[in-house]
Write a protein that binds this ligand. Structure first.
Ligand code: C2E
Ligand code: CA
Ligand code: CA
Ligand code: CA
Length: 274
């Protein structure tokens, strides 16, 4: 981003490193985001590759600055985690997914991305159970996607929190599997329900070595009795590969882009034959 002085409108390029001024602006935006309607969720379909039915949606956060400039999650999520704003925003996202998608029955399942900081924070599982009670949504319709590595210090707190969430019926998914953050040790530590394989493996699968690697990973996850969701399906070839490998769940631009809530019904309900 360009530092053009205090009062100038600036464009944020997700590829540019952020200056400390940018970070301050983002932090300020985050502090007032919920109250001032600067944040909303978009939803991307998760498809059963065998039946073609939409099994659920992943919620993804969108934020704009007061002047309307959009920020990408890659820019604002790290700032929200550093400042602690993720605690309020994260609970807001869970509540919003419950009220706007699940309570009206627009999708059978919604997943929400949850940061490690949230899992470590006191009272998180209790706050989530309150949201379920107040919105009347059964926990079994929610999945939490977890990516980030947990340091040894916070591990027992996180395990306790995940156990409490699972007691509410919430499914815990391991996101971005294979990226280094979400690695093998995680599979050993936590009772995950589904593993989301990072899209980099799909891109590499074009070459024989990459394809072999993908097959190894799939075997490893299946041997543990876990379900597999592959993300980043961008082409018909990717979909063919899913069928070849017998993958159950898929997500990606080819199947459906993240859309605002107004478009979710069309995406979520399978079309009736006419
Ligand atoms: P993620 O959880 O891995 O989410 C998937 C990202 O891939 C999303 O980017 C989505 O728009 C994008 N994507 C989906 N299909 C395709 C595809 O076919 N090709 C490509 N190239 N990309 C695809 P987005 O929305 O920019 O989110 C980026 C990351 O920000 C997310 O990665 C997640 O880690 C984080 N994030 C987003 N919303 C939240 C949230 O509410 N809470 C937390 N803690 N993190 C969030
Ligand atoms: Ca995710
Ligand atoms: Ca992911
Ligand atoms: Ca990610």
């Amino acid at each position: 981003a360009k530092a053009n002085g205090r009062n100038c409108v600036r464009l944020f390029d997700p590829n540019d490193p952020l200056s400390s001024d940018d970070n301050e602006n983002i932090a300020a935006t985050l502090r007032m985001a919920v109250r001032n309607d600067l944040v909303h969720l978009v939803y991307q379909p998760i498809q059963n590759m065998r039946t073609g039915r939409v099994e659920g949606v992943e919620s993804l956060m969108r934020l704009k600055m007061v002047d309307g400039t959009p920020l990408s999650p890659a820019q604002f999520i790290p700032v929200a985690e550093r400042t602690g704003a993720i605690l309020e925003l994260g609970l807001w996202a869970i509540r919003r997914a419950c009220t706007e998608v699940l309570a009206p029955g627009l999708a059978p399942l919604a997943s929400v991305n949850v940061s490690a900081i949230q899992l470590k924070s006191r009272g998180f599982a209790l706050a989530v159970s309150t949201i379920l009670e107040e919105t009347g949504v059964p926990g079994s319709q929610l999945a939490f996607e977890i990516t980030e590595g947990i340091d040894m210090e916070g591990q027992s707190d996180v395990i306790r929190c995940i156990t409490d969430l699972q007691a509410l019926g919430i499914r815990i998914w391991l996101d971005d599997f294979g990226t280094g953050f979400a690695g093998l040790s995680w599979l050993r530590l936590f009772p995950f329900d589904t593993v989301k394989i990072d899209r980099s493996f799909l891109q590499d699968a074009r070459r024989p070595a990459g394809r072999a690697m993908l097959e190894d990973i799939i075997r490893l996850i299946r041997n543990r009795g876990l379900k597999i969701l592959i993300e980043g399906l961008e082409t018909a070839d990717h979909v063919d590969l899913m069928h070849e490998l017998g993958i159950e769940l898929g997500q990606g631009y080819y199947l459906g882009r993240p859309v605002p809530i107004e478009e979710v019904r069309i995406k979520a309900v399978p079309r009736l034959a006419t």
